[in-house]
Write a protein of this length. Structure first.
Length: 220
C-alpha cells in the first residue's frame, strides 16, 4: 500500500516547512475564484453535493502559493492555470481535459499547466462517468463531496503519464481527496494538505475505502 498523509492546515504555512524539490510531483487543482458556489446556490443544491453559502473555499490562488509549489516540487501539474498564467513560467506541455460534453453550460474542458518538457496532451473523459454537476455516482465515493471534485480517472491518468511507482506526490489543495485516492490506487505516496477539517475527514475516509478495496483485490 502507498504511504498517504493528510495534513489539516493552511497550505502556504505547511509548504514553508518542506525542502526544495522534496516532492517528485505537485499535482493539484487550486481555487481560482470563478464563483462556482454562487452557481451552486442558484441551482438550489441539485448538483449532488452539499450547499455552500460562502466564497472562502473559492478564494483565488496567490502568487506566493504558486511560488512555493514550484520550489518544493521537482515537477508540477496545476489545473486551472489558464486563470493565473502570470504566476507561472512558460511551458510547452499543457494538458487539456476534454469533458466530451460540447456546448454544455460550462467549459468544454479544463487546462492544466505542467513543467514537463514534452508534448501537449488531451485527456478525454466524460465527467458524467464519475464526477459532474447532475447527481452523479463517483467510482469510489458516491455522490460528489466537493463542487470542484475531479474524477479519480483524471488524476490516475496524470500519475500514469508523469510519475513512477513509488514517487511521492503533493496536493496542497486536497479538497475531498481525489489525488490521494488516485495515488493509493497507483502505488504512489502522497501528502495532501487541506484547510477544512470536514474535508480532511472526507478525504481520509475515501482513502481508507480505497485501501480496503485494494486489500480485497490483493486477497488480504
Amino acid at each position: 500500500m502507498s504511504d498517504i498523509q493528510i495534513i489539516q492546515g493552511d497550505c502556504l504555512e505547511v509548504m514553508k516547512t518542506f525542502d526544495d524539490n522534496q516532492f517528485d510531483l505537485v499535482l493539484t487543482d487550486p481555487p481560482y475564484g470563478i464563483g462556482r458556489d454562487a452557481l451552486h446556490e442558484k441551482n438550489k443544491g441539485n448538483w449532488g453535493f452539499k450547499q455552500y453559502g460562502e466564497t472562502d473555499w473559492d478564494k483565488p490562488v496567490s502568487r506566493e502559493q504558486i511560488e512555493a509549489i514550484i520550489r518544493i516540487g521537482k515537477n508540477q501539474i496545476i489545473f486551472g492555470a489558464n486563470y493565473f498564467p502570470q504566476y507561472l513560467p512558460p511551458s510547452m506541455c499543457w494538458v487539456f481535459w476534454y469533458k466530451m460534453q460540447p456546448n454544455f453550460s460550462f467549459s468544454d474542458g479544463e487546462f492544466a499547466f505542467t513543467s514537463f518538457q514534452s508534448k501537449a496532451r488531451i485527456f478525454q473523459y466524460a465527467r458524467g462517468n464519475e464526477s459532474g454537476f447532475a447527481p452523479c455516482v463517483s467510482d469510489n465515493a458516491g455522490i460528489n463531496k466537493h463542487p470542484t471534485q475531479k474524477p479519480v480517472a483524471l488524476m490516475k491518468w496524470c500519475l500514469e503519464n508523469y510519475t513512477n511507482e513509488g514517487d511521492t506526490v503533493l496536493d496542497p489543495f486536497l479538497g475531498s481527496g481525489t489525488t490521494a485516492v488516485a495515488c493509493e490506487r497507483m502505488g504512489r505516496n502522497c501528502v495532501g494538505i487541506e484547510i477544512s477539517e470536514e474535508y480532511c475527514e472526507i478525504a481520509r475516509k475515501r482513502v481508507q475505502e480505497e485501501k480496503d478495496k485494494m486489500g480485497l483485490f490483493n486477497g488480504d
